[in-house]
Design a protein. Sequence first.
Length: 490
Amino acid sequence: MDHSRAPVLEALEDFRRRGDIVYGPPGHKQGRGADPRVAEVVGQDVFRSDVLLLNGLDDRRESQGVLDQAQELMADAVGAERAFFSTCGSSLSVKTAMLAVAGPGEKLLLSRNAHKSVIAAVVVNGVEPIWVHPKFDGERHMAHPPEPDDVRAKLEEHPDAKGMLLITPTDWGTCANVRGVAEVCHAAGVPLIVDEAWGAHLPFHPDLPVWGIDAGADLVVTSVHKMGGAIEQSSVFHLQHDRVSPEVLKQREDLLGTTSASSLVYATLDGWRRQMVEHGRELLGGALLRAERVRKAAAGLPGLAPMGDEVVTAGLAAELDPLKIVIDVRGLGVSGMQAAEWLRQERHVDVGGSDTCRISLSITHADDDTTERVLLDALQALTEADRTGPLAPRPAVRLPQPPALELEQARRPRDAFFGEAEHVAAKDVVGRISAETISPYPPGVPVVTPGEVITAEVVDYLRSGIAHGLLIPDAADPTLETFRVVARTD
């Protein structure tokens, strides 16, 4: 296929050259009605490029096939049989993928270290989750992806399960044995969905972890805005084999997706694919060398401990994405959250993620010598900073032992979430069934999901975390003075 083409961008260029005046959405009419104060900040070209697909980039009958051509090129670029663009982010794409495999009341295996969007899908879809617990790393207080044997055991226990959803890479860059999990799933006659939101770049360089499609996964969801070059909310479904019907996938996406898809998302997805096919190996090769320098320099700073291939050699993960720089900061006597706040406030450096132990930073093809120098200067300054302000001592977070995070699932999440609920004080909540999702953010992996039984260890962890500065935006009471639980009927 001709990857020098970018059908969506070409159609947008044609539209702007023709100077069409549209008598339908969007109401700003390609910026004619935009507030100049807004255009001054976001740019007039943002509005000029905000065009509907129908009667804009293409005609009413889509006879030019603009979107179809772009999706065919994307599939060819990454070795998939089909590709579908989504403009609602992978949070919605994952929900769609799950709906395409399992319906209400049916069982679906899920990695328990899933993002909150997966839990939301369980609630919306009404599936019965069969949790496959991750491999907990007690030293790092980190969850790595489950292994093939973990998936095999759950499939043997639940032979009526409709499939498996695997999250890889994790927010911290550790990767699953995708090929092994795919083989286990296929031997059981079920599809493997891979939530590869952090892996859009993986097909384009041989020194990166294996790409889900190459490893045999049936349906792979990527967020191109995370590690690629498209704007926020850009997501792609990649499909192969016949275990997931493309017709069913499209119907489920139509059920959940928007009818006003953003041409800005389509155009940047299209352009990023072309860039990666033509220059991806070179660009990502440069990023890999840069990430290696950053990791080595950070390791030489007192109190910082970047994570490296030791998690692979120790058997905790199958692979590690080297472009994800994860730095344990406990040696400085501070938490990752404190370090993130200090870096933002004092050095105007915004990290990608943080928790009680570490910060994470993504190195992409967009980084250059300037961003590398700014980052390393900021990390050095962090190690030399006074322990005042954001770095002043805070109450300790009482981290639970890994087994304490494997909570009992007493109710189906959908039933618990939509059923009658009540608020109970934190001191009285142990033993009650949660009616809400409780996710420290970032990274947004729930500690408690609807239907799980709340334990003393989890309450202690979450409450001490809030006292330290943990953010829990999805709880009904973000202070966790009270918990939303299933109401008692007795």
